[in-house]
Design a protein around this ligand. Structure first.
Ligand SMILES: [Cu+2]
Length: 117
């Protein structure tokens, strides 16, 4: 009976973990394409996405960043990005945009957003 009890414990544990794993997958899908900020640079420096998709910028540096997009068609402002912060940007407009950092003027990320077919 001992073995039966141990096996059922394993099954219960697995069943409890499935929603946790699924939530993790959902979060990964919601983040869309990931761009890192490292050593005062975006990596990669150019990305192409579909209109309506999400771009997530991750601060992998040891200091604060502040990403923003300023254009007539689309604007975004992350505010202060603390270390390790993950900032999602939902790209609702098609076009070519430049993500810049308010703290480090040399940081540039080109974002090409293809119109929804
Ligand atoms: Cu910066």
């Amino acid at each position: 009976m001992r073995l039966v009890r141990d096996v059922s414990k394993v099954i219960v544990t697995a069943a409890l973990l499935i929603p946790v794993v699924m939530a993790g997958l959902d979060a990964a899908a919601a983040e869309g394409l990931i761009v890192s900020q490292k050593r005062r640079a975006f990596n990669p420096t150019e990305v192409t996405l579909d209109q309506g998709s999400t771009l997530t910028i991750v601060n992998d540096d040891t200091f604060v960043h502040h990403a923003f997009i300023k254009s007539d068609e689309f604007s975004f402002d992350s505010g202060e990005q603390k270390l390790g912060a993950r900032v999602p940007i939902r790209l609702t407009e098609a076009g070519t945009f430049e993500v810049r950092c308010a703290i480090h003027p040399k940081m540039r990320l080109s974002v090409i957003v293809k119109p929804r077919a």
